[in-house]
Design a binder for this molecule. Structure first.
Ligand code: HPA
Ligand code: ZN
Length: 317
């Protein structure tokens, strides 16, 4: 079925094979003997244990071409899953901290989005994501560096280590982003409590919540999310691999849909979590007994929740 993917970190689409290829090309030493050796390190106990490897993997990206190749590979793979539209997170601070220029990152990714439209007929836009383990001051500096490239991204997000870094820490920088007309999303309620989802809504004015699966522990919050049709971009295999729901049979995607929420399904970091979007759908459907009605809802929600122009949405739905 045609669908949109709204929660994908482009650095999380970097397959072990490509990490080795880029490391070789850029003369970077890796602490792994082989692709297989790297892959076997992908055994996560929580979000942080994944992030440590994810940032290490992203360290092989150096040139505009590297960023372009990575994103083209993802978009080609997504198109095979009948993804017709993707809204893609990128983490500029992971790269600018290593001395890679902001424009190297953004131009490479933006070029991939244009080329993928030509090659695969898939539309794609970029969402700049701030790293929440860093300071708000650093987020402001990142925004400043990105503004000359404003035409290339549609919104901002908030990712990385959630616990101990609540949305309120970034209230001022998100207010500035709103003034600039950027769309606002934020990771909240992946490992963090429902209070972080309330903050994302009330303090950051997030239009969508990334993950949000912890909302089920707060009845008033569930009612609000349903009433205001705030979309949740849920990532089943990510939640399983990071031990949020260690057994996929316990995943609450079906409960969220049946509770009237605008939940969507997404792959998050497919190279690390063992599956692209269709793998996520097939596995969570098999594990939780979801049916054709749920599939239809997920596809419809993915377009409703997207920031694509109304004319595109009407065409897809
Ligand atoms: N959560 C927080 N930060 C991230 C994730 C995630 O699932 N993936 C990449 N960065
Ligand atoms: Zn994510």
């Amino acid at each position: 079925m045609p669908k949109a993917e709204l929660h994908i970190h482009i650095e999380g689409s970097l397959e072990p094979q490509m990490i080795f290829e880029l490391a070789r090309r850029n003369g970077i030493a890796l602490p792994y003997a082989s692709v297989q050796d790297l892959r076997s390190a992908y055994a996560f106990t929580d979000l942080q244990s994944f992030l440590d490897l994810y940032y290490q993997g992203a360290g092989v990206l150096q040139t505009e071409e590297d960023f372009c190749e990575m994103a083209l590979a993802y978009l080609a793979r997504a198109a095979m899953d009948n993804v017709v539209h993707a809204e893609i997170f990128f983490d500029p601070q992971t790269h600018t901290e290593r001395g890679v220029a902001m424009q190297t990152v953004v131009r490479g990714l933006a070029r991939a989005c244009e080329e993928a439209q030509q090659r695969h007929g898939i539309s794609a836009s970029l969402i700049l994501s701030f790293l929440r383990h860093l300071s708000e001051r650093e987020a402001f500096a990142t925004l400043e560096q990105a503004l000359p490239l404003r035409e290339h991204f549609i919104g901002v997000g908030l990712d990385s280590s959630e616990l101990g870094h609540p949305p309120e820490k970034f209230q001022r920088v998100f207010a500035r982003c709103r003034e600039l007309g950027l769309h606002i999303v934020a990771h909240a309620g992946e490992e963090g409590p429902p209070a972080y989802i309330w903050q994302a809504l009330d303090l950051l004015r997030a239009e969508r919540i990334d993950h949000g699966v912890q909302a089920v522990h707060d009845t008033a919050l569930m009612q609000r999310l349903a009433a205001e049709r705030v979309p949740l971009t849920v990532c089943p295999l990510s939640n399983q691999k990071l031990q949020v729901f260690p057994d996929l049979r316990q995943h609450n995607l079906k409960a969220l849909l049946d509770g009237g929420l605008v939940a969507t399904a997404n792959s998050d970091d497919p190279a690390y979590f063992g599956g692209y979007l269709n793998d996520n759908l097939l596995q969570v459907f098999a594990a939780t007994g979801m049916g054709v009605q749920h599939a239809w809802q997920l596809a419809a929600h993915s377009f409703e929740a997207s920031f694509a122009p109304a004319a595109d949405k009407a065409r897809w739905m």
